[in-house]
Design a protein around this ligand. Sequence first.
Ligand code: PHE
Length: 505
Amino acid sequence: MAEVTRERWTSRPYFIFAALGSAIGLGNLWRFPYLTYEYGGGAFLIPWIIGLIVLGIPWMIVEYGMGRYFQSSAPGVFAGIGKKWEWLGWWAVWCAFGIVTYYTVVMAWALRYVGAAATMAWGTGEAGAEGAAAFYWGEVLHLSSGPDVLGAPVGALVGCLAIVWVIIFLVIFRGVKVIGPVSQYVMIAAWTFLAILVVRGLTLAGAVEGLNYYLTPDFSGIGNVEVWFAAFSQIAFTLSLGMAGMYAYGSFIAKKGDINNNAVITSFGNCGTSFFAGFAVFSIVGFLMQSLSIPVGEVAAKSVGLAFVTWPVAISMMPGANAFFGVIFFLCLFLLGLSSAYFLAYGGVISPIMDKFGISRTKAAAIVCSVAFLIGIIFTCEGGLYWGPDILDRAVAFYGLLITGALACLVVGWGFPAKRLREHVNETSDFKIGAWFDWLIKIVVPAGLLFVVIYGGFVPDIAAPYGGYPLWAASMIWVVLAVTLGLSFWLQAIKTKVPKEVGEK
Ligand code: PHE
């Protein structure tokens, strides 16, 4: 009988660095600070921390624990619960594949900006502050007028995207024995850069004003449901759950390894990083308010605008060493994205393909990286921003992530069921979790996620097309979800070609 020994993390810290790297990504630096600002500063932190503890950590234990139990990535886990559930694992795999195709394009922008910052291509001082927006929308993206004008790929971005994918391939094609140590270096470098940015930010004039916005709680907002679903969806996104990959990362944990404490460490490590990044972002916002004499509400602090316009403006206005801080910022962004991107590619897509079809790692990696690169070229086109980081993002990183996550908790909670998982993880963990876990997984987590899908998703998106786009473009959200669901059932129908793993290490 063919015996296959599953690959293992070569040490526990390597697993923790890899898991932290997967969770800590672009979102920590641009999404968390923005949401905090938008939803009442310090008051947002309360639902966010509740979401972390009540939804995030238990769900994380599900993904690590189920991967370890079945020694398999997401599709194998759900096939293990019952063959009829395998599609659910594949659906998450498709979402992971979707997200990595455009997430890497944002990394390509960051890489492009490492070069631009080295020469301060958008200008220094007042001129730079004025030129930064035009540089981003015009020179870098060649942004078209809307999703109906896709235009041609932008050469420099295609080149950067190719570099991104070559790096990802090199990190993953030898499996987790390389991913572990690389993650350690990537994370330590990224945190170092972040610390440099925080210190630089805090020592700029006006920083205190910005921090006041960040940290002063405005409790009037806390009764507002919107604040709660923003906080919950951010928790799901930032922990990289619902994207298949954590099952695979969990499946590489030694059979006697800890699960519960690893889930707590990675969740708090991730959220601590977000909180820390907020200091860099808000001190910069305060600095801009003061140096440009504008009210804080007018400092663009949202997603791509924050990273690729507001930061370049701030970098231009700094008193000195502008290019240095520019390069540090974009390298930091790039590294944060990198460890999330190879997690999505490897844990989310390649590992499931290997588990199902038994093809070699190198071959699976080469195929996935090339296809994802080719699809990513669409998002380097002039209208690519609308399609990738916006419309596709809404489909896979909002709906896909939350719906597959809620269904996964229901299937595990009621079908596996939760008690069996709890006993399994408690056997080898540093500390035990109690029976409360079962009810969180069976009811509270799925209810919390579906609440976000309904009130934060269906209600607004049915009332008006998403993002103010034309109806046909916004409808692609539903097309993507339906097609990937269909493909998942198709994959379920195909016979698994790999002997069940029996090796022990
Ligand atoms: N957690 C990542 C971030 O905050 C995003 C991500 C989501 C990455 C899902 C992988 C999977 O940027």
